[in-house]
Write a protein that binds this ligand. Structure first.
Ligand SMILES: [Zn+2]
Length: 164
């Protein structure tokens, strides 16, 4: 604030807050030690301070999170990929999540198709059996590719964990 020509004195800060439509006392309490009720929209304050959009975004993030947003996976402190993960994961967790979902989907497909192929064999039509066995082979191949991908993603996640 001092860089903006506003002395970091309670009186000046209170006056600034009141110019922007905030309650001076509440604003001071919030700025001083983070106590007091949420201040709501700080847009007018940002305008009054002449903040650039970048500074405003930075202030908003600091205000909301008090730090850079981190990965949503508990215990993981790598930064979240902006607009990357659905839940705001880091790159490694997002990749592992995708790979696991893919592997699980193929696993489920195999579980469904396996018994179908068995019952097709019992029907005794060579042509139908061939079609179904080919389908099962394709599912198995895709499933093992997805499994390889999952193992790669898990290894990358472990390496990233060691580098921290
Ligand atoms: Zn993570």
């Amino acid at each position: 604030m001092e860089a903006r020509g506003i002395p970091a004195e309670p009186q000046a800060i209170r006056a600034l807050a009141e110019r922007c439509g905030h309650d001076g006392g509440r604003f001071l309490a919030r700025v001083a030690d983070g106590s007091g009720p949420d201040l709501g929209d700080l847009g007018a304050l940002a305008v009054e301070l002449g903040l650039s959009e970048r500074e405003m975004t930075g202030l908003a993030l600091a205000y909301a999170f008090e730090e850079e947003p981190a990965c949503a996976v508990p215990g993981c402190e790598r930064p979240a990929v902006p607009d990357g993960g659905r839940l705001g994961e880091c790159a490694e967790h997002a990749a592992e999540y995708d790979a696991r979902a893919e592997a699980e989907a193929w696993g489920l497909a195999r579980k469904i198709l396996g018994p179908w192929v068995e019952s097709t064999r019992e029907i005794g039509s060579d042509e139908l059996t061939q079609v179904m066995e080919k389908a099962l082979k394709e599912v198995n191949d895709a499933g093992s590719r997805a499994q390889d991908e999952l193992e790669r993603a898990e290894a990358a996640l472990e390496r990233a964990g060691r580098d921290v």
